[in-house]
Each structure stands twice: as structure tokens, then as C-alpha cells.
Design a protein around this ligand. Structure first.
Ligand code: ARG
Length: 491
């Protein structure tokens, strides 16, 4: 029964009971994602209304008991309706009669839904941020084992200079670290309460917006009531952050896919797949799906921006279409981040293949040019000598032949021997990939000592970020406990 409103629902009266467009209007199915959020928002609002003497304590108790019942029954039992907000209110009225309708005093579905979205998105942002921590730990742990494992470094996907597995992986740790930062920034701007803005123009009731914000674990309120119901830029920010993170992940996945192709790396069976026809195949499907997730996330960001572009103030129903995709993409991003971390943590690096490949394609050429420049030649002349020699060097790992070719190039370019500038021993060292890496100890460079120091800083940055996430989580848990205790005092 919806006494007072029969035969319609709480919000829709007879005239608006809906015709063919009813289903098109309804967000009830998608609202499952904010069912828990809406119950919390209802509870906080009712507690505040009672505290402000806007509803009587007894009525508040009846509403809060009905909400517990609605929660236990679950989203699936809600009667058809325009959305979860209306359906929950209807369910409360069905249980306790027209007094249930007092729950919606001094608010609108506009501020209600905006609050629910932020409440739910906080969880998603924290979950993805936690996944980035696990991935960064996996990258750093693997780096720790491979500080001295030389490998080819590429530009344009051509052998460029030798580096190490640790340096390569830590480059991704740095990038993912910035993603953690973006997620926390997005969280802090999301974590403000629009509740109490009502339709957009505030309310004459003596509500306490700060109190509902506090009960829901928000850091404060979105002050301007028109901004509070209209703003969805926090969704843009979340979607942009998810897109950025997946683009970073797609690069990591691509590198690892190329490395499996070159035999540098073997994925654990748990992170590989096979072919239904070719029995010998071991395919990096999990990494391909990780790479592919970027397409979903970029599409989502584009969708959010496009839906919001040009919307007038204050509330427009277009907004209903914006958030569900962001929640969905958050799940995709979280899974992709988890899988990337698992793949990194369990993969086997073939150190011999890697170090044999490290010198391929005369990757030590820059080091030779650096050596000549350090001996006093202008870098441009040094570059010219080495470039001249490089044309006829296939395999610089044959040190003696390479040295002779370089010397001949110096004669051609300078008209004098290379060995007037450098010792043979130093030249041979420059041609050794491991020595080449060890020499590049400038800040942030791949020399093992430099990377070891970097790992110590990374460890502490990860710990700091992990505790920032935990602090925010604790804040939410505390608020939930406070709200539960308040609710318990009424029922
Ligand atoms: N289901 C709606 C949404 O998600 C709730 C707000 C409805 N507000 C309104 N004025 N019709 O946006």
C-alpha cells in the first residue's frame, strides 16, 4: 500500500505513472550500484532531521527500522519505480504508512543522487588506489631482484642503450605512483557532501548539512546548492584518472608482451592462455586484456565529457546516464591493475637471454661517444666517429674487431688514431653492456648503485601512499560506525 499516493509510487502520482517510456526513464536496475549508498544517505538524513526537530524521534525510529528491513530484503525486492530513491521511499511508506514520506523532507532526489554517487565512487577510488599500491610493490620487488640484470633499452623499438630490468620496471613504478596520487586527489575532491542542497535552491528547513556530511564520512560540504546538484566534474576527474592509469598499464602490458615474444620473459601459466588449435601456444592474453582495458576507459571518459558538455544548470535527467559507466569502468581498471601486478610478480626473467641481447645492435655506441667526449673531443665529433664506424659494426660484442673499426673511423674523420684520446682498456669497458650501465650513475640513471638508492626511496613513497589510503578508509569506517550507533539509538 502507498496510502496517500495510491495507486502510484511515492513520487509518481497517477498522471505520471508512465506509459511506453516508463522503462526508458527508470534507472532502478543501474541504481543497484548505489543501493547501499542510498540507504546510508537516507539514514544520515533522517538522523539529522530528528536532531534538528524536523521529524519526531519516534517517526525517525520507525523510518530507520523500515530502512533496515528494506536493506535486508535487498535491492531486488524493490518495486518497479523511477529509481532507487523513489523505490526505497515507496518501500518505507509501504511498511510504516504515510509517515515514511517525512524521510524526504528538506531534500530532493537531485542532492540525494549526487550524494550517493560520491559516496559510492569513494569506494571505487580507494579500491583502485589500493590496487596501484599492490602493483607498485610487485614492480619494486621484481626490480630488487634484477638491479644488475642487463637488458636492451629501446627507443623507436630499436636497440638503443643497455639498461637493467630494475630500471625498466621502476620507470613504471614512477608512473603508477603518479596515478596513485591522482586517485587520492580525485578522492579528496569527490569526498564532499551535496546533501541538503535540495533541488538546487536550498530549503527553508533548519537542516544541518555539516552533520549529514560528517555522518557520511565526507570531509565537508559542496557549499553552493546549485553547484552541489549540478557538479559532475568529480566524475570527469575519476574517469580521466582511470583512463590515464589504463594508458600507463597498456604501455607496461605492451612491453611485457614484446618481451615474451623476444624470450626475455616467461609469464606464469596463471597469467597465460593457450590456443584451441595450436597445442604449442602460450599466449599473453591477460596482458592483452590489460592493454585493451585502456580502450574501455578512454571511451568512458569521452562518454562522460560528451554527456556533460553544454548541460545547463541545475539538474537535467541526462545526468542519470553519466555515473553508472564510471562505476563499471572502475571495476575494469581495478581488475586490470591487479592482473598486471600478478603477472609482474610471477613472471620469470631469462637473465641470460636478456644480457646476451643487451649489447645487440651496437647499443653501447652512445657510451663510446661519451668516452671520447670525456677525453676532450667535442661530443658532435665523437658522435660522427662512432656513427661512421656503426655502419660496419653488426655485433659490437666482438670487442677487438669493434675497437679496430672505431679506430679506422677516427682516422677517417679526424685523421688521427682513437688511441691518442682513450686507452684501449677504457674503450673495451665502454663496449661491455654491464660496464656501460654501471657508468651511467647520474640521478635517476640505471647504474645499480643509483637504482638501489632509488628503490629505498620508492619503498618509503609506497608506504606513505598506502597509509594515506588507509587513513581515508579508516575515516569512512569510523563514520559508518558513528552512523550505525546513531541509528541504533532510535530503533
Ligand atoms: N535517477 C535520477 C538520477 O540518477 C535521480 C534524480 C532524479 N531527479 C529528477 N529531478 N528527476 O539522476
Amino acid at each position: 500500500m502507498t496510502d496517500g499516493n495510491a495507486p502510484g509510487t511515492a513520487v509518481r502520482r497517477d498522471r505520471f505513472s508512465g506509459g511506453p517510456a516508463r522503462e526508458f526513464l527508470s534507472s532502478l536496475a543501474a541504481d543497484e550500484a548505489i543501493f547501499a549508498a542510498d540507504l546510508a544517505v537516507d539514514r544520515a538524513h533522517v538522523v539529522m532531521l530528528a536532531e534538528q526537530d524536523i521529524v519526531e524521534t519516534e517517526t525517525a525510529g520507525a523510518i530507520l527500522s523500515a530502512l533496515a528491513d528494506v536493506e535486508a530484503a535487498g535491492h531486488g525486492t524493490l518495486s518497479e519505480g523511477e529509481d532507487v530513491h523513489e523505490a526505497i521511499e515507496t518501500a518505507v511508506i509501504d511498511r510504516i504508512g504515510t509517515d515514511g514520506g517525512r524521510m524526504h523532507t528538506a531534500r530532493s532526489r537531485n542532492d540525494e543522487v549526487a550524494t550517493c554517487i560520491r559516496y559510492r565512487l569513494r569506494e571505487d577510488l580507494l579500491a583502485v588506489a589500493e590496487a596501484t599500491i599492490a602493483l607498485r610493490e610487485a614492480l619494486t620487488e621484481t626490480a630488487r631482484d634484477h638491479v644488475a640484470t642487463t637488458m636492451p633499452g629501446y627507443t623507436h623499438l630499436q636497440p638503443a642503450q643497455p639498461t637493467t630490468v630494475a630500471h625498466h620496471l621502476l620507470s613504471y613504478e614512477s608512473a603508477i605512483g603518479r596515478e596513485t596520487g591522482r586517485l587520492l586527489d580525485a578522492y579528496d575532491r569527490t569526498n564532499r557532501s551535496p546533501l541538503g542542497a535540495a533541488a538546487f535552491a536550498g530549503t527553508p528547513f533548519a537542516i544541518d548539512r555539516k552533520r549529514t556530511a560528517e555522518l557520511l564520512g565526507f570531509d565537508g560540504i559542496v557549499e553552493n546548492s546549485m553547484d552541489a546538484v549540478s557538479a559532475r566534474d568529480f566524475l570527469v576527474e575519476a574517469a580521466a584518472t582511470f583512463a590515464s592509469l589504463t594508458v600507463t598499464l597498456s604501455g607496461l602490458a605492451e612491453d611485457l608482451i614484446v618481451f615474451t615474444n623476444k624470450g626475455f620473459l616467461e609469464l606464469d601459466d596463471d597469467y597465460a592462455s593457450t590456443s584451441s588449435i595450436m597445442p604449442q601456444k602460450k599466449n599473453p592474453d591477460t596482458l592483452e586484456l590489460t592493454r585493451g582495458a585502456a580502450g574501455d576507459a578512454i571511451g568512458e571518459l569521452t562518454g562522460v565529457l560528451t554527456a556533460l558538455k553544454g548541460l545547463p544548470r541545475a539538474y537535467n535527467r541526462d545526468l542519470q546516464r553519466v555515473h553508472p559507466g564510471v562505476f563499471e569502468i572502475a571495476g575494469v581498471v581495478r581488475d586490470a591493475t591487479d592482473v598486471a601486478g600478478g603477472a609482474v610478480a610471477t613472471a620469470e626473467w631469462n637473465t641470460e637471454t636478456l644480457s646476451a641481447a643487451a649489447g645487440e645492435g651496437f647499443s653501447t655506441a652512445t657510451g663510446v661517444a661519451d668516452l671520447l667526449a670525456m677525453a676532450g673531443l667535442p661530443f658532435r665529433s665523437a658522435h660522427e666517429i662512432v656513427a661512421h664506424a656503426a655502419a660496419s659494426i653488426d655485433d659490437a660484442t666482438d670487442v677487438e674487431t669493434t675497437a679496430a673499426t672505431l679506430d679506422a673511423a677516427a682516422e677517417d674523420v679526424l685523421g688521427e688514431s682513437l688511441f691518442g684520446y682513450v686507452d684501449r682498456e677504457d674503450l673495451e669497458r665502454a663496449l661491455d653492456p654491464a660496464a656501460s650501465v654501471a657508468s651511467r650513475d647520474s640521478a635517476g640513471g640505471p647504474a645499480p648503485g643509483t637504482v638501489e638508492a632509488a628503490i629505498r626511496r620508492v619503498d618509503s613513497a609506497i608506504a606513505t601512499d598506502a597509509s594515506s589510503i588507509a587513513d581515508r578508509r579508516d575515516g569512512l569506517t569510523e563514520a559508518t560506525e558513528t552512523l550505525e550507533a546513531e541509528v541504533a539509538s532510535y530503533v
